[in-house]
Design a protein around this ligand. Structure first.
Ligand code: NAP
Ligand code: MG
Length: 491
């Protein structure tokens, strides 16, 4: 077994911005702290970028784009570099997994099994895809040839959250680069470390200088500067609905750049008594709210269970809560680690307090102190929740499950859809007609039937309603990073 604590004593951190292939301090010289939320230990002091740094990064990205060194490189060349980058991510899997866990507090087992290999797979997939996508010839009259091409946009800015730092970056950066764009990436302030290492590995893989730049810093400054930049052609964002709306405003008040948003969710998990594997449904329901401390945009945070099996199902979940007791993220057997920071812990605890006044707390709800940090919250279940309660409406982004019950399928669908969000849903039932009726009715981007959080490079990912627009992953994500151009030739 790996000794991750021992490895952690030897790991080093990049802490400067990466602009035009060079490590640079912020123009102001300011830095901010990156702490390990599991111990509160200081990891690194990171360059605090602002408008001036963003201007430099965008200028470097523009220069690289206009030079054609990447934007006009053959699709095969781009493929070779991106596939090599995927391979380098795999070669550095342990290092990247450790950086991710130190920075986020998520269990090392999850970083090793999902975050890092998943990110590598995404670079591989988009690298391999790009020399296999064809343009179109439109059905015109003879004597005319109308070509419909897909052109790269230019400079793409990606602003990403702290819950899946490398993976969310990969979902945006991989297709944007594959399509020939230059990129400026801003990681979340809490989690800069893997984004910086990614930029370095990309250069090692053969990506020319200036094609991928990373500006570290805060959303209100560096993030806003990207959103308002007149020379950024596209803004791809993952994060909260609140901040997503800011980016729409920044765009409207600057150059009308397209803004692609993957935002929050309050995903329903519908469990029917005709599901033939209730144990599997309970395993998935536990995973769906407690995996990665519930800091997951698709977390199945509303459990809608048919009334006649509700009590039995809640008992099954309470048993599973034992497996998810929070512990040291560097212990490979830990299934739930630390919440990302004090502010988020306080937010989760305030929702728990709020929930106690209206619903029945039947499991967890406690804050624990481990290794000198109080960013640990036990797996929590509220029973007797109704959909008008705050804990059923708002995204908590923590290990807090709201249990609601229903009698009829229509009622379940109505409750499921009664949300400003529409990211994902799960259905547990062996009645095919019911599953198909619900698939028609549910207004969400992904429906997982008799499984949980179906996500893959081969299918689009994104939301309806205030969960966002556009789609990550799959060939559909090229719609975000390319523009259609018609060339009409008369002969
Ligand atoms: P967040 O606060 O919205 O931040 C996301 C990013 O936006 C960060 O890089 C952040 O920088 C930046 N930002 C914050 N305020 C900004 C502003 N005023 N102007 C410009 N940029 C700004 O989200 P988070 O707390 O990192 O992550 C949790 C949220 O992400 C949840 O709501 C979750 O549902 C959502 N999420 C969605 C998906 C999805 O695919 N749908 C996936 C993962 C997470 P700072 O670090 O300085 O705040
Ligand atoms: Mg941190």
């Amino acid at each position: 077994m790996q000794n991750w604590h021992e490895k952690a004593t030897r790991i080093s951190f990049r802490n400067q911005a990466f602009i035009n292939g060079k490590w640079v301090a912020s123009a102001s010289g300011k830095v901010f702290e990156a702490r390990n939320p599991a111990t509160n230990h200081l990891l690194a002091s990171i360059a605090e970028c602002d408008v001036e740094d963003v201007n430099r990064a965008v200028a470097a990205a523009r220069k690289a784009f206009d030079s054609g060194v990447w934007s006009r490189a053959s699709p095969e060349t781009r493929k070779t570099v991106l596939v090599r980058l995927a391979e380098l991510i795999r070669q550095h899997q342990d290092e990247l997994a450790l950086l991710e866990t130190l920075d986020t507090g998520k269990p090392i087992a999850n970083s090793v099994a999902a975050d890092i290999p998943g990110s590598a797979a995404t670079f591989q997939w988009f690298g391999e895809a790009i020399d296999k996508v064809y343009g179109e010839i439109a059905p015109t009259e003879l004597g005319n040839l109308a070509l419909v091409r897909r052109d790269a946009l230019g400079v793409v800015a990606c602003v990403v959250p702290w819950n899946y730092p490398l993976m969310m970056a990969s979902w945006k950066v991989a297709p944007a680069l594959a399509a020939g764009n230059s990129v400026v990436l801003k990681p979340a302030e809490q989690t800069s470390l893997t984004a910086l290492r990614l930029a370095e590995l990309a250069v090692e893989a053969g990506l020319p200088y200036g094609v991928l730049n990373v500006v570290t810093g805060f959303g209100e400054t560096a993030g806003q500067a990207l959103g308002r930049h007149m020379d950024v052609d596209c803004l791809a964002f993952t994060g909260s609905t609140e901040v997503g709306k800011y980016f729409l405003r920044y765009s409207a008040e600057s150059n009308m750049k397209p803004v692609w948003l993957e935002c929050g969710g309050k995903s329903p998990n519908l469990v029917f008594s005709d599901c033939d594997d209730i144990e599997a449904a309970a395993d998935a329901a536990a995973f769906g709210i407690w995996y990665d401390q519930g800091e997951v945009c698709t977390a199945n945070s509303r459990l809608l269970v048919e009334e006649k099996i509700k009590d039995e199902f809640v008992d099954l979940l309470k048993k599973r809560a034992r497996d998810y007791q929070p512990g040291d993220p560097l212990d490979p057997t830990t299934k739930m680690g630390a919440v990302v920071e004090d502010r988020q812990t306080a937010r989760i605890l305030s929702y728990i307090e709020q929930g106690k006044s209206v619903a029945r707390l039947v499991e967890g709800g406690e804050q624990l102190t481990i290794s000198g940090s109080s960013n640990y919250v036990t797996p929590t279940i509220f029973d007797g929740v109704t959909n008008d309660m705050v804990i059923a409406r708002e995204e908590i982004f923590g290990p807090v499950l709201s249990v609601l019950s229903f009698r009829e399928e229509e009622e379940a669908a109505r409750i499921a859809n009664a949300s400003i969000y529409g990211l994902a849903a799960s259905i547990w039932s062996n009645n095919l007609k019911r599953v198909m009726r619900l698939s028609d009715a549910l207004r969400v981007g992904t429906i997982s039937v008799n499984c949980m959080d179906a996500v893959s490079n081969v299918v689009p990912f994104g939301g309806f309603k205030q969960s966002g627009n556009g789609r990550d992953l799959s060939l559909h994500s090229f719609d975000k990073y390319t523009n259609l151009k018609t060339v009409w030739i008369k002969y």
